[in-house]
Design a protein around this ligand. Structure first.
Ligand SMILES: [Fe+2]
Ligand SMILES: [Fe+2]
Length: 176
């Protein structure tokens, strides 16, 4: 029986605020594309933490790399992984929440692009993005991915790995 998530607010209230992986541990390990996505989350989180403590000059060099990682990850995830769940009743809330979060992340990234690297607002905005990203990752790893894998099955989850990787490669070329 899947938990129903009637609204984002209720979901937020129910959510554990601990580290990713600490809440409602999936009964089975994530495989295929879901394992790939979790590994990407880790790499992006590390880069984010590093950038937050760097000089403006280093931020100028590192931000485009992180920006590309975040956007290509989320867009390819949407195009290949979440799209595979279209039509599944049990995934309707997941698809809605993911679209909402993805739009929010892209909006925040655009806002950060418009701020000077040397200003304090830049670091403050990056911290907002880090917080949203951590919330998003917690939802995906503790709730969405286990449910998505359950609905799609392990074989499909493994098939989606290649599709995700090639979609991500294509998305990267379209990013400025
Ligand atoms: Fe993700
Ligand atoms: Fe995502």
């Amino acid at each position: 029986m899947q938990p129903s998530i009637p609204s984002r607010i209720q979901n937020d209230k129910q959510r554990n605020t601990g580290q990713p992986g600490s809440q409602r541990a999936p009964a089975r390990a994530l495989v295929g594309v879901f394992e790939t996505l979790v590994n990407e989350h880790r790499k992006a989180a590390e880069l984010m933490q590093r950038i937050a403590h760097q000089s403006a000059e280093s931020r100028r060099e590192a931000w485009p790399i992180l920006r590309r990682q975040l956007l290509s990850h989320d867009r390819a995830e949407e195009l290949e992984v979440y799209a595979a769940l279209e039509g599944y009743d049990g995934a309707r809330d997941i698809l809605e929440h993911h679209k909402f979060d993805a739009a929010e992340l892209e909006g925040s990234i655009n806002e950060l692009d418009a701020i000077d690297y040397a200003s304090e607002q830049w670091v403050a905005k990056l911290r907002d993005i880090v917080t949203s990203f951590e919330d998003h990752v917690r939802d995906e790893e503790n709730d969405y991915f286990p449910r998505m894998q359950q609905l799609l099955g392990d074989d499909k989850a493994r098939d989606l790995h290649e599709r995700f990787v090639s979609a991500q490669r294509e998305v990267i070329h379209t990013l400025i």
